[in-house]
Design a protein around this ligand. Structure first.
Ligand code: HEC
Length: 136
C-alpha cells in the first residue's frame, strides 16, 4: 500500500486516536509522513481555511474577533493572544486552538455550541500546525 493512502485512510477511517496505539495524537500522523519527496504539505488557504470558514466564521472571521481572536489571516491566527499562543508552530498538541476544537479538559471548547469538528478536520488543522504552520 502506498503511504499516502495509508495516511489519508487512517485519518478518514478511524481518526487519529484509533490508528495510533501509542496515543501520541496527530503529531504521529504528521511524523509518519515520509520526509521530503512527495510529502503532502497541508495548505492553510486550500485545506485549513475552508474548515474555519464553515465552523468559526460567526465569531472569528470577516472582522469578527470574539475573545480578541481573528482567523481572517494566517498571521492573525498564529499571533499570540492575551492568554498566550493559540497556535504553536510544530506542535499541535501544545496548541490551544487544537485543544479547544478537540474539546479537551480545562479549555473552553470551540465552537462553543453545536457540532464539534470531525476527527478528520481536526487532523488536517493539526497536520498544518505540525508541519510548521506555513503561510501557503
Ligand atoms: C459562537 C461564537 C464562536 C464560534 C463559532 C467559535 N468561537 Fe472561538 N471563541 C469565542 C469566544 C466568545 C471566545 C473567547 C472566550 C474564550 O476564550 O473562551 C473564543 C476564543 C477562541 C480562542 C482563544 C483565543 C484566545 O487567545 O484566548 C480560540 C483559539 C478559538 N476561539 C478558536 C476557535 C475556532 C478554531 C473555531 C472554529 C472551529 C471557533 N473558535 C469558533 C466564540 C466562538
Amino acid at each position: 500500500m502506498n503511504w499516502h493512502h495509508y495516511v489519508l485512510g487512517c485519518v478518514a477511517v478511524c481518526g487519529f486516536a484509533g490508528c495510533n496505539p501509542q496515543g501520541a495524537g496527530p503529531a504521529a500522523i504528521a511524523a509518519s509522513t515520509p520526509a521530503g519527496g512527495a510529502a503532502h504539505m497541508v495548505s492553510f488557504q486550500k485545506d485549513v481555511k475552508p474548515i474555519l470558514d464553515v465552523h468559526c466564521s460567526d465569531c472569528h472571521l470577516s472582522g469578527k474577533k470574539k475573545g480578541g481572536y481573528s482567523l481572517d489571516s494566517h498571521v492573525s491566527a498564529i499571533e499570540a493572544g492575551a492568554k498566550g499562543a493559540r497556535i504553536v508552530a510544530g506542535s499541535s498538541a501544545s496548541s490551544n486552538l487544537i485543544q479547544r476544537v478537540q474539546g479537551a479538559d480545562g479549555v473552553k471548547r470551540m465552537p462553543p455550541k453545536g457540532e464539534m469538528l470531525s476527527a478528520a478536520d481536526v487532523a488536517i488543522i493539526a497536520g498544518w500546525i505540525d508541519q510548521g504552520a506555513s503561510l501557503e
